[in-house]
Design a protein around this ligand. Sequence first.
Ligand SMILES: C[S@@+](CC[C@H](N)C(=O)[O-])C[C@H]1O[C@@H](n2cnc3c(N)ncnc32)[C@H](O)[C@@H]1O
Length: 266
Amino acid sequence: MKSPSKHPTIQSDRALLFFPRSVDAEWDEGWSQPIGGEDSVLVSNVTQSSAAYWSSMVEEFDAIYTGEKRSRLSVFLDHWLRKDIYDRISETVQVIQAMGDNQTVLDVGTGTGRLCLPLGERGHRTVGIDFSRSMLEKAKDLTRKAGIAHLCDFVGGDIVQAIPNELKQYRHFDVITILGVLDYISDPLPLLRKLLLFRPRKIIASFPRRGTLRCYLRQLRYKVQGLDCPLYFYNPKQLSTYGDQLQCRHTNRKTMGQLHFCVFEF
Ligand SMILES: C[S@@+](CC[C@H](N)C(=O)[O-])C[C@H]1O[C@@H](n2cnc3c(N)ncnc32)[C@H](O)[C@@H]1O
């Protein structure tokens, strides 16, 4: 899938120089302390989870959607405690549907491609990027079985580190989605800025809420289970700061269970 560009060509990362950088000085480190995650990766000043961690989690993560090989109790708990994972997908689909037919979507941290499925069924075209090869293999398999492979493309790479050349070729996406990814990145702003290179009309992102009971329980669970993955939480003020720094027209945030569901409009 190579979509015709409606926007001027972006030649290189040099374009990044034009984006504002002042937030770094204002950054409140207290908002973003990692817990655990000895294997976490430091990219410039950004700490994040590792591809190896996610590759070890493919079946377990995808089972949240399917309930496969999970006990009845786990399925019950998923539908109760992780309802926001399903809700963020359906809300994202609704937002994109409202933007019109045949939208082009970049799904950052696509995982097993669970967002690509409902988007493809509605005729939208999605490019999923992920740094876990095993996640992408599963995503390709699922989209092929669903008969929407022609509407999906998958690119491997660490988008925090750099935008892969294969992805740059697309030049423009109508909308960029980042669901369940910023939980594991210490500073989302450099990534969000980079994504503006694609001139999206909207960036839809989920951020786990700071200060809730479940936030502390999740931190505890990661420690007890020894999960080798850093974890970050956000408050509404941070999200409006991101909106300002990205020079959004509107930043629409709503609370969705344990998440902030955020639509940055340009
Ligand atoms: C919790 S899963 C979410 C998957 C999917 N977005 C969903 O909501 O079902 C997080 C995914 O982000 C990917 N990821 C995390 N950091 C990444 C990075 N820097 N570059 C590319 N993929 C990344 C992981 O490999 C993993 O597949």
